[in-house]
Design a protein around this ligand. Structure first.
Ligand SMILES: C[S@@+](CC[C@H](N)C(=O)[O-])C[C@H]1O[C@@H](n2cnc3c(N)ncnc32)[C@H](O)[C@@H]1O
Length: 296
């Protein structure tokens, strides 16, 4: 009978993933093994010679096959890490991307740089990753996070619960700003952050199988040119910003000029900047509320 140590399993699964074109084969193999064997990543190496049990091997076999068919590892293991926070993830929400950590970082630095209690709005929160990162990293902040998907918000709610952030983050279901009730809620924010859907119809057709077949389409698609949600956010955002507040949005790598133009033409924003990600692609649009936009 074949004997499967952790070392041998790691090598075999990594090789299988390489053959099948799974992203980051070694890391993916490690994450699946950790999940099935209920170990931390470091333990895979300290317990290299430990034998896997038969039921574990059977579970692993099923998951390895699904991963080989391009099902995302984060959905298979039901979790991922964002800004060093462990998050629950299900196929109801987008898997947070490393690029989005840069948006979270900018938001955190902006809020930390301002005096007094801060209010932030995270539109299109999905798993709640940006809201959670802000709430965890900014001392005196209240975050309102909205999403149109109640299923995604259920995941966000579980994440806030697990991270003990329910006091600092309020989750509301609805279309962009709609869940905020002017006159009842405090609708003036220091910062509006958002990673909205921004994939155009043509790009959507060309997405990799592991994204297109598994991640929710409503989290990705934003009309013919991918700008539909930006247009709507930009049209309304300044009404919800304090006079010195800022809007920060993640954008697609080729959307910098178009989003800059939308912000510019709205007349509601000043100091418009398009910032690059680590791969030197346009990734974040930042704008301050224009001093001439209606004072709040
Ligand atoms: C690109 S995902 C981002 C999720 C999360 N913020 C992140 O960075 O991983 C976009 C999210 O927007 C939500 N969404 C799509 N259209 C929306 C709308 N009109 N109003 C509010 N949320 C919307 C989707 O349900 C999805 O959770």
């Amino acid at each position: 009978m074949e004997v499967w140590t952790i070392k041998k399993l790691l090598e075999w699964v990594t090789g299988y993933f390489e053959q099948k074109g799974v992203d980051a084969p070694r890391l993916s193999a490690e994450l699946l093994l950790c999940h099935v064997l209920k170990l931390e990543r470091i333990q895979l190496y300290t317990l290299y010679d430990r034998l896997a049990e038969k039921p574990q091997l059977e579970t692993l076999r099923g998951l390895v096959k699904r991963a080989g068919e391009q099902e995302p590892i984060a959905y298979l293991v039901g979790r991922c890490e964002f800004y060093s926070l462990p998050l629950k993830i299900t196929p109801d929400c987008l898997i947070p991307r490393p690029e989005t950590e840069q948006l979270a970082e900018k938001a955190i630095l902006f809020l930390r740089g301002r005096p007094g209690p801060q209010r932030a709005l995270d539109l299109c929160t999905g798993s709640g990753c940006i809201a959670a990162a802000i709430a965890r990293s900014v001392k005196d902040v209240h975050v309102v996070a909205t999403d149109i998907s109640d299923k995604a918000l259920n995941v966000a709610a579980e994440n806030m619960e697990r991270l003990k952030l329910t006091e600092k983050v309020q989750l509301l279901c609805g279309d962009l700003f709609d869940p905020l009730i002017t006159g009842l809620d405090d609708t003036h924010f220091d910062l509006i952050a958002s990673n909205p859907p921004y994939v155009s119809d043509a790009e959507y057709e060309k997405l990799d199988k592991n994204v297109k077949d598994y991640e929710p389409a409503h989290a990705l698609r934003a009309g013919v040119d991918g700008l539909d949600v930006y247009r709507r956010i930009i049209a309304q955002a300044s009404d919800f910003l304090k006079s010195d507040g800022a809007l920060m949005m993640e954008i697609g790598y080729a959307q910098g000029p178009a989003v800059r133009q939308l912000l510019d033409e709205s007349g509601s924003f000043a100091e418009i900047k398009i910032e690059k990600d680590f791969a030197n692609n346009d990734r974040i649009a930042i704008a301050k509320k224009h001093p001439k936009a209606a004072a709040q």
